[in-house]
Design a protein around this ligand. Structure first.
Ligand code: ZN
Length: 415
């Protein structure tokens, strides 16, 4: 629920890139974050107040630009009776273009996750950090080590291990003096151990319940105690449910946390980190096959295969940045498509119509991001889509060697 789909992540990332390119000459770009709980009426009052405050801006141009940006947001706000499910963000203002020119831009974004804080900011760039926050990988794992002497609680964020709590017990060792007092000693030991586990269970649960983004918990320790502790239900049930597995470690102190991460890392790479690598390795293996290869690549081939419905997995580089431009002649209805990259898109101007013998320039009908277009095609035929970053060597090769577009077929077929 609080996870973005690959597609949402991609779209948001692109939008943020676009917003970051907007620069104001002065502090005249307005960012307004409206959380779902905020009353539109209150937002309006807030803006009215900002409007009157902004009358005091000294520079005439800046004042004019800020006021018109606020007005623009207020007029857009009229379309909302209440904020959408996840709230809404406005980015409005005059961005610099060539020379001394400015151009008014207005973005209204309904984010894929709820906005938590109301925020108004007027600056020389748009304030996108809260949106970027949605993109940070929420790879947070809980760690704890337990035996009858020690309990250590930590957290793994990305590849960083943090110690949160270290506790030691008063539980006596298992071996008493023997003889008649032995049984009494054992009973007392068990009582003390139970109390120790209760105390640890409460502390561990308390710490991890406060960590909302915990993806799972790894438990370590040297003996059978860790498993006993889990099985006997000393943890809060929500925390208990997040336990991924237990692992043997030689230490149960701070040093043991790193040890736990290292022994658990195989399981962890299974979970997420190596997913991209894994699928890319499969593709690269297919590429090298001379017979019955399932690999396809290149825009035209992948498109044909998708239309035939024979693609099992579609691989798209997050950095693809290619667009299909659909053009049409206004006079004879001749149409033509061009694939261009980001740079060419900026300066693209349609050629004249090759059918009519006039100098009529064709008109641009539509610009489509290839990632969107191919994802849509894939959806229609039940093809799994993987958006691949360039963070791994394999992901980089998709971008560099295969133009960011490839696939694995369901079965070998001539495309
Ligand atoms: Zn024509």
């Amino acid at each position: 629920m609080d996870e973005l789909t690959q597609r949402q992540r991609y779209n948001l990332k692109r939008k943020i890139e676009e917003l970051k390119l907007c620069k104001g000459k002065h502090t005249e770009l307005i960012s307004l974050y409206v959380p779902p709980s905020k009353q539109i009426f209150d937002v309006n009052s807030y803006l009215k107040n900002e409007f009157s405050q902004s009358q005091n801006i000294k520079s005439k141009t800046t004042r004019k630009n800020v006021l018109s940006a606020i007005e623009s947001i207020m007029s857009r706000l009229r379309y909302f009776k209440q904020p959408p499910e996840n709230g809404v963000v406005f980015f409005v203002g005059h961005k610099s273009i060539e020379g001394d020119q400015t151009e008014m831009v207005a973005y209204v974004i309904e984010p894929p996750l709820p906005i938590t804080t109301f925020l108004y900011r007027c600056d020389s760039s748009f304030y996108v950090e809260p949106l970027e926050e949605f993109l940070t990988e929420k790879e947070i794992y809980g760690l704890f080590l337990i035996d009858r002497r020690e309990c250590t609680v930590g957290i793994l964020k990305g590849d960083k291990v943090e110690l949160l709590k270290y506790m030691t017990s008063q539980v006596p060792g298992k071996h008493g003096k023997g003889g008649q007092s032995q049984r009494r000693f054992e009973r007392l030991t068990e009582v003390a151990a139970h109390e120790w586990f209760v105390k640890c269970g409460e502390k561990v649960s308390e710490i991890f319940l406060a960590e909302e983004k915990l993806k799972g918990i790894f438990v370590g320790g040297s003996g059978p105690t860790k498993q006993y502790f889990i099985d006997e239900g000393y943890l809060h049930y929500e925390i208990q449910n997040k336990v991924i597995d237990t692992f043997d470690t030689g230490y149960t102190d701070e040093f043991g946390l790193k040890e736990l991460v290292s022994v658990a890392s195989e399981t962890m790479t299974e979970l997420k980190i190596s997913k991209e690598k894994k699928v890319m390795k499969r593709f690269l293996k297919e590429v090298t096959k001379t017979e019955r290869s399932l690999a396809i690549y290149g825009e035209a081939q992948v498109r044909r295969a998708l239309e035939m419905g024979v693609v099992d997995i579609l691989l798209l580089s997050e950095d693809l940045r290619k667009y299909r431009i659909k053009m049409k002649c206004q006079s004879c209805d001749y149409t033509e498509d061009r694939i261009v990259d980001e740079e060419a898109l900026q300066s693209f101007s349609p050629p004249t119509c090759p059918k009519c013998n006039t100098s009529i320039q064709m008109e641009i009908q539509e610009k489509i991001d290839l990632v969107d277009e191919f994802s849509d095609l894939a959806e229609k035929t039940g093809t799994k889509v993987h958006l691949i970053s360039r963070n791994s060597e394999e992901g980089d090769s998709l971008y560099l060697a295969f133009n960011g577009l490839a696939g694995i077929l369901r079965y070998p077929v001539e495309i």
